[in-house]
Design a protein around this ligand. Structure first.
Ligand code: AMP
Length: 305
């Protein structure tokens, strides 16, 4: 079962209450998504763009995890996307300090012929225009289209494009702050109704250390907790790891059902809990099967009565 992942592959610079990256590290939505999905999905196909400054060993890391890089463009004379952010003490909110689009500014996503059979599509965080283009370039609509985005793409000047993509996706995964911004509603239940009316039949609202809510197409509701951790080093990428665990689970069980989505939300939460334990991608590049299974079990034990 193949999964197509599109999103930013980037340099990040991060400050959290527990430390900072002291310069640039590897990040980007599609980086986290592709690496995490590779644990569950044998065929992960990446569509992304980087500049000539992107380290070759980072590209080798994708290859080592079996990610198909035919759709990765390398613009030798340009610079990679760069994002810098600073987290507040609660670690649930952050300020974006720098967004340099660089190669993402005029990214024309090429979907290789070998990706055309993909049945699951993860539209990771990047410009809605690129997300729409990828959808248009797939001759056959995938069985399940999941989208992630962020406040940067909800600015009035890009909101119309965002709404165009929203109208075409099955599942939207965003955090509580973004859900409130997109819907104009404070209550997350009201927000879910407004956002579902924009297109996605299913909505996931992530609430950081307070877990995640899954709103189903027929008003079903499911909640998954987040793992209480002693220390959270860096929440960057947690949302992407969550989305990756979710869609990779759906792809692995070849499903689009709400029942399977519940388990997908648990898998996503488990993968996100690894991500925050170290800076950047450090914790998610080398996980063992048993580590993942044990972590998932912790989530089940957390809510078992
Ligand atoms: P998350 O913490 O899950 O929201 O994802 C953080 C990742 O998103 C970082 O690694 C950034 O490189 C990437 N990112 C930040 N801003 C943007 C943006 N405007 N478009 C695409 N990716 C972004």
């Amino acid at each position: 079962m193949s999964l197509l992942v599109v999103g930013s592959v980037a340099f990040d610079a991060i400050e959290t209450p527990l430390g900072s990256t002291n310069g640039k590290i590897i990040g980007g939505a599609a980086t986290f998504i592709a690496l995490v999905s590779s644990y569950f999905c044998p065929k992960v196909n990446l569509v992304a763009v980087v500049g000539g400054d992107f380290p070759k060993d980072a590209i080798a890391l994708f290859r080592a995890r079996g990610v198909n890089l035919e759709g990765l463009q390398i613009k030798e004379n340009e610079k990679s996307f760069f994002w810098a952010g600073k987290y507040h003490n609660d670690l649930n909110s952050r300020d974006t300090l720098i967004t340099e689009l660089n190669v993402l500014g005029d990214f024309d996503p090429i979907v290789p012929e070998s990706y055309q059979d993909c049945e699951y599509l993860m539209l990771g965080n990047l410009s809605p225009e690129v997300q729409i283009t990828v959808l248009k370039r797939l001759r056959k609509r995938p069985k399940l289209v999941v989208m992630d985005t962020m406040n940067f793409w909800m600015r009035p000047e890009v909101l119309p494009e965002l709404k165009t993509v929203l109208a075409q996706v099955d599942v939207l995964s965003i955090n509580d702050e973004e859900a409130r911004m997109l819907s104009g509603e404070y209550s997350l239940v009201k927000a879910s109704k407004v956002i579902k009316a924009m297109g996605p039949k299913t909505l996931i609202i992530k609430k950081g250390e307070h877990g995640a809510l899954l709103f189903g197409p027929d008003n079903e509701l499911f909640y998954a907790p987040a793992l209480p951790l002693e220390e959270v080093y860096d929440p960057t990428g947690a949302g992407d790891c969550f989305a990756a665990g979710f869609i990779a689970h759906m792809a692995a069980c070849k499903s689009t059902s709400f029942e399977d989505m519940k388990r997908g939300v648990i898998k996503g939460s488990a993968m996100a809990s690894f991500c925050v334990e170290k800076f950047g991608t450090e914790r998610i590049v080398n996980l063992s099967e048993s580590e993942i299974a044990d972590r998932e079990q912790l989530f089940f034990d957390l809510v078992k009565v």
